[in-house]
Write a new protein. Structure first.
Length: 534
């Protein structure tokens, strides 16, 4: 039998896990992710008795919960079987290297039954059912253990120990799972969180941003050790693409079982999107999100120190936003305020959102974005007035305050009639038709789609500098465009509903509008002396 040897990048990953508490293994498909996670599990368990390791595998979820596709029961069984085999291979190899110093036994996590011997099918059955527990015995009574389970948010809150996350790029509710499990490592400095997956096909998935290099100038040349860098969310990433794997001895084969060189493999695969996601690990825009992930990433990088997003939970938070405006607005530049009113969607209370945006030529800077939750109309009006007053104090008087009047129409009309600190108020009725039809459109279009198109186009054309905070990016990326219409699902964790996106597009309306703008009292049309959007 051929002796099992770890590749260089696997050895590098094992050393890295010993030196850091949070690590992402951003590896190409079939490059021994599951086996390496097994090595890491054994390493963690063997450090001392009493340690717990949780292996949370996406493959144990039902196919409908996976983000990429629904798999059949047969496909699911094959995937899980391969994963179980890889885990057992790694654990058995690690135990053999101990030369009998520590004993590895298999147990049923539900019944506590310990198996003196178990075949491959029995091991796979325990794995599939989420009842597999591996115990590393230090003596007759003391041991560390590994438990293999599905990564559900409801159960994740009870996990303790080192957590290994396999194939997180294929979990639909990954953001909720991360929110549930991240506090685990905060309770004990010995606990760790190790993520592993190739690139997801949907660039709105958290793993896409986690693995996106914070430094876009990085170049990855083939290296048998792989590459370390910081992702855009700050996590340390170990990247191994197919070229790195080949440099370490990996080989792929054609349909006839003949080995392929790296060049032959890359040339033979017509599905370039599949190559990027599974093998070359190249981040590119895709999916249904209206805002390009890479363009937003660059806009947020430019916004560090220039722009800010604040979740207002107290008057002190709001005043911090006002102070930011006074310090960071550029005097004399055209300035506008966009306001998306708080509403209720699907039983969830969504935040109100206000953006203060400036324009220099064809470039926009969202100097400040605020969100808050309140149903008090007086509070909304008072805060809008404070923002407008701050702009004037900073010698950047707002040209317009633009309010979405689609849902909270009475509030919007009342605010327009009362005025906002001497600044003209524009109301936008999203469902009303744009008349005359703007250039470039062949079919009738409403104001929600038109303003969304103008805003997302400017963002995607690299014309924006935006707040760098993660919530701002997450909320923008929730907005999708489907068959010409903008849609956004409510985030069940915080009620976010693309509100920062809407506030931003309304502020851009305020910068583009000339003269008085509003809509007729009937709401049938939008009457506007419209300037050109850029």
């Amino acid at each position: 039998m051929k002796r099992w040897t770890r590749r260089k990048y696997q050895q590098v990953a094992l050393v890295a896990v010993r030196q850091t508490r949070v690590l992402g293994l951003f590896w190409a498909r079939q490059c021994r992710k599951s086996t390496t996670l097994g090595d890491i599990a054994f390493d963690e368990m063997s450090a001392t008795a009493g340690r717990n390791v949780i292996a949370a595998s996406a493959s144990l979820l039902l196919g409908t919960e996976l983000i990429s596709k629904t798999v059949t029961a047969t496909e699911q069984a094959l995937i899980v079987g391969r994963e179980a085999h890889a885990l057992r291979l790694a654990l058995d190899q690690c135990a053999a290297e101990q030369k009998g110093k520590l004993q590895l036994v298999t147990a049923n996590a539900e019944t506590g039954q310990v198996y003196a011997a178990i075949d491959g099918d029995g091991f796979a059955d325990l794995y599939k059912s989420g009842r597999l527990e591996m115990r590393l015995m230090f003596d007759r009574t003391s041991y560390s253990r590994l438990r293999v389970i599905a990564p559900n948010p409801a159960t994740a809150r009870g996990w303790t120990g080192t957590v290994l996350r396999d194939e997180i790029g294929f979990i639909k509710n990954e953001a909720e799972v991360q929110e549930a499990i991240r506090p685990i490592i905060d309770t004990d400095p010995a606990f760790k969180m190790i993520y592993a997956s190739n690139l997801p096909s949907d660039d709105r998935h958290p793993w896409f941003a986690m693995t996106l290099p914070a430094d876009p100038s990085l170049v990855f040349t083939p290296n048998a050790s792989g590459h370390f860098y910081r992702g855009s969310t700050g996590i340390r990433i170990h990247r191994v693409d197919i070229a790195d794997a080949y440099a370490a001895g990996h080989v792929l084969y054609n349909d006839n079982g003949q080995p392929l060189t790296l060049e032959q493999f890359l040339a033979s695969e017509p599905n370039k999107s599949m190559l990027r996601n599974n093998y070359t690990l190249v981040h590119e825009y895709g999916g249904a999100a209206s805002v390009d992930a890479l363009a937003l990433h660059e806009a947020q990088k430019r916004g560090v120190g220039r722009c800010r997003h604040i979740n207002v939970e107290s008057e002190a938070d709001f005043e911090a936003g006002v102070a930011w405006l006074l310090e960071h607005l550029t005097p004399g530049l055209p300035t506008a305020i966009g306001f998306d009113v708080a509403s209720t969607e699907g039983g969830q209370s969504n935040p109100a959102s206000a953006s203060v945006t400036q324009q220099a030529g064809n470039q926009f800077v969202t100097v400040l974005n605020l969100i808050w939750k309140s149903r008090k109309e007086a509070l909304h009006r008072a805060r809008l007035a404070r923002l407008a007053t701050a702009c004037e104090r900073a010698e950047a008087r707002a040209r317009r305050v633009v309010i979405d009047a689609s849902n909270e129409r009475l509030f919007a009309e009342g605010t327009r009639d009362a005025g906002v600190a001497g600044v003209p108020v524009v109301l936008v009725l999203g469902g009303a038709s744009v008349d005359p039809l703007p250039p470039g459109y062949q079919e009738p279009i409403n104001w929600k789609t038109y303003t969304g198109d103008q805003y997302s186009s400017a963002l995607n054309d690299n014309k924006y500098t935006t707040p760098p905070e993660p919530y701002f990016a997450k909320d923008h990326r929730q907005v999708t465009k489907d068959r010409g219409a903008y849609r956004c699902e409510v985030d069940n964790r915080d009620g976010g509903h693309g509100d920062t996106f809407d506030a931003g597009k309304l502020a851009q309306v305020g910068l583009a509008t000339t003269g008085h703008a509003g809509y007729e009292a009937t709401g049938a049309t939008v009457a506007e002396e419209r300037g050109a959007f850029v």
